[in-house]
Write a protein that binds this ligand. Structure first.
Ligand code: ADP
Length: 438
């Protein structure tokens, strides 16, 4: 027998018992009244008997009261979830709601409050969530009494993507569910990574297609109208060479980025001397600096400054930063390299910086500089043989070194790119990848 039917039967029984009690009282009242009226000497006794009958009939038994209480609880449990169910929902770390069959909100956990703000119990769920896809999924799960799913994209106050699961909560003894658990899982990070990956492929293809289209165009011109024009041929071949070099640079950077990303989670098991790294970069970049009429200055105070690091990768980091400083801050005429010991939140850190005295970078661009293919000016980057991948490579190498890239820039005064390393190299022993025990 179902729980609702049992509750209905109980309440019918109580109603019938009430009616019976009234009838008994009325009948006994009438009989005793008649008897007292015809025999006044026993009238008092009749009244006493009537009071006793009334007390016996009307006094609710303890069992009856307990039964009524249980019935009331049973009735309310069809509307409000029980304490156990609420406790489980509260324990969930992600937003969760309990709805009834009528899509009314019956409970919500603290995480839902943080994510979606206050919602009044008893209000329709659709008052806060209006996305038709989500409401349709909830309605369908309730109708079919089966789990359902939906995706919710919210634009405000911030862009977020939620994976929503609607789960019927099993009721007692095979009864159809009275409540439905609606669970929200934050999928914003996954969605963003997915979008970044597709954007990356689209950008890489676009970057390669542009020089390729130019090459194809020149080949056709050389095969057609300019076939016998020696002067044009020389000019076009020079441009074609430039475009081929651009493609080659881009492929080199893409391969470099993919190699670094593959290694990103592997710990660095070597020490590098930052003084030696910066000296090597200074020598390596001297020809480019000279070509652009610039000087790269470095006057280290210490003989050696050790960090946990892979020397080749760190040379790649600082070569990229110095190359950018030479290319984009030519007007400043010099680039300064430096090493400093600092503290961050009480912890010692080592800063290795590349400073230029060029035009600076507008603040709105700074947070996006390390995104793949991000440039402040696409035209200027292309003109200076940039690929838009340099700072992304720098960031990924530094991430593997548990280091961060800091950018300070002032319009008209220049930019400082700083790689901040934890100062632990001299204290902590380097763990080899494979340990040997004797
Ligand atoms: P690119 O290959 O275009 O140089 P990067 O990732 O190395 O790509 O740099 C991204 C963008 O950051 C550059 O296109 C340039 O606009 C800007 N940038 C980088 N370094 C500097 C600098 N020292 N001064 C001014 N702008 C810079």
């Amino acid at each position: 027998m179902s729980r609702t039917m049992a509750a209905d039967e109980d309440s019918t029984r109580v109603r019938l018992a009430g009616r019976r009690a009234k009838r008994i009282l009325a009948a006994s009242g009438a009989c005793l009244g008649l008897l007292g009226w015809s025999h006044p000497e026993v009238a008092l006794g009749c009244l006493a008997v009537f009071v006793v009958i009334a007390l016996v009939v009307l006094w609710p038994s303890r069992a009856g009261m307990a039964q009524e209480r249980m019935q009331a609880e049973a009735r309310s449990e069809l509307v409000w979830p029980g304490r156990g169910m609420k406790a489980i929902v509260e324990a969930l770390q992600e937003p969760a709601f309990i709805l009834d069959r009528g899509l009314l909100l019956r409970y919500r956990n603290p995480a839902s409050f943080v994510a979606f703000g206050n919602m009044t119990l008893g209000d329709p769920f659709s008052l806060r969530f209006r996305a038709p896809e989500l409401i349709a999924a909830v309605e369908s799960a309730i109708r079919n009494q089966a789990p359902g799913q939906a995706t919710l994209d919210e634009r405000r106050p911030i862009e977020r993507t939620w994976q929503v699961e609607i789960l019927p909560v099993p009721a007692y003894q095979g009864e159809s569910p009275h409540f439905f658990l609606v669970l929200f899982r934050d999928r914003t990070a996954e969605r963003r990574t997915e979008r970044m990956r597709t954007d990356f492929v689209a950008n890489a293809s676009h970057e390669l297609r542009t020089p390729l289209a130019s090459l194809t165009g020149f080949i056709e011109t050389l095969q057609g109208p300019a076939r016998n024009d020696a002067q044009a041929r020389e000019r076009f071949l020079a441009i074609m060479r430039e475009q081929a070099q651009r493609m080659s640079r881009l492929i080199d950077d893409l391969l470099s980025l993919s190699r670094i990303e593959m290694k990103r989670h592997l710990p660095v098991n070597a020490r590098a001397d930052l003084v030696s790294v910066l000296r090597k970069v200074q020598v390596q970049m001297a020809p480019l600096a000279e070509e652009l009429g610039m000087t790269v200055e470095f006057s280290p105070v210490e003989e050696a400054v050790l960090v946990v690091g892979d020397e080749d990768e760190l040379i790649q980091v600082f070569a990229n930063l110095v190359e950018n400083a030479c290319k984009y801050a030519e007007s400043g005429q010099r680039v300064e390299l430096s090493i400093a010991h600092e503290t961050e939140r009480g912890e010692p850190v080592i800063d290795a910086s590349v400073r230029d005295f060029g035009p600076g970078i507008p603040p709105e661009h700074v947070p996006r500089l390390t995104e793949r293919f991000y440039r402040v000016s696409v035209g200027s980057s292309r003109a200076k043989q940039g690929t838009g991948l340099g700072l992304s490579i720098v960031r990924n190498i530094l991430l593997r070194h548990k280091s961060r890239l800091l950018v300070q820039s002032e319009i008209g005064r220049g930019t400082i790119f700083t790689a901040r390393f934890p100062a632990t190299a001299s204290e902590s022993p380097i763990q080899p990848l494979v340990q040997y025990y004797s």
